[in-house]
Ligand binder design. Sequence first.
Ligand code: UDP
Length: 326
Amino acid sequence: MTILVTGGAGYIGSHMVLKLLEVSQAVVVLDNLTTGFRAQVPAEVPFIEGNVNDAALVAKIISEHNIEAVIHFAGSIIVPESVENPLKYYANNTANSRALIEACVAGGVKHFIFSSTAAVYGDPAVVPVCEDSDLKPLSPYGTSKLMTEMMLHDVAAAHDFNFVALRYFNVAGADPQGRTGQSTANATHLIKVACQAALGLRPSMSIFGDDYDTPDGTGLRDYIHVSDLADAHYCAIKYLQGGGDSQIFNCGYGHGYSVHEVVASVKRVSGVDFKVVMEPRRAGDSPKVIAENSRILDVLKWQASYDDLDVIVAHALAWEKKIHQE
Ligand code: UDP
């Protein structure tokens, strides 16, 4: 029994591959390397360069490797880009997922784990936000992921196939052993940007808005360590293999940090007092996005190991240092 990881050369997918190797689970990676890095997949893992919508290729992988489950990370993830180029997101995240799901059903794959997002909630009215809250994505990115959740729901009702969709909150950090991390160029995510400022890779960083209705006026987010997120996927695989019903779970720690708190953590951990510039609010940002996570704790029995902002920052910083020394 082998697991196919799409997007296994990317940020979260590469952590998933390490987790599967750790538990001696056979794994195959399919990645088209548009944003992933071949070097982030260990050499012993079978690697296929290709697209998830290549039905013949996916059929061949499923039969040759006896694929029982697919963990589908491959996709596009930049919210502002999705606003400018929605059709790219409906192609990569919706249409290509549809093609992959079709190949899975045709090939007899039994279990499917899907990378969804807290962006399906848009600007949640109640925080922490639970899975049954209103779904009002504010971007084509969020909609493109929500449409795939809906397809999976219908496919699971019609076929011998179960799925888990994991709605990620703010994924951050890097492998504690420094084997992989977030390598994408032109980062916009807060922790990575702050780490780059601490390392002198940018002259300063900006805080987008300090007039929100939050304790210190800056935005609150639920930052989850990428290795804990990979563990959540592993719990989901076990759950589906055990005959669990198809379900959707929030993936977050259930508490948030403000931008000021994140910046303070990066300064503390790095020991560098880098320059921070106050800027107006960034378009489309919500004041607070925090997960209600009791469902994943109760049903998947997921347990966090790195629920500590300074630890997340330390791992992100170590990875950032490493990639800029290479
Ligand atoms: N943010 C910031 N400066 C940056 C990047 C982000 O102040 O350079 C803020 C942003 O406004 C939000 C939080 O940090 O309140 C998290 O933003 P990020 O882009 O990391 O993730 P998002 O929640 O938008 O997916």
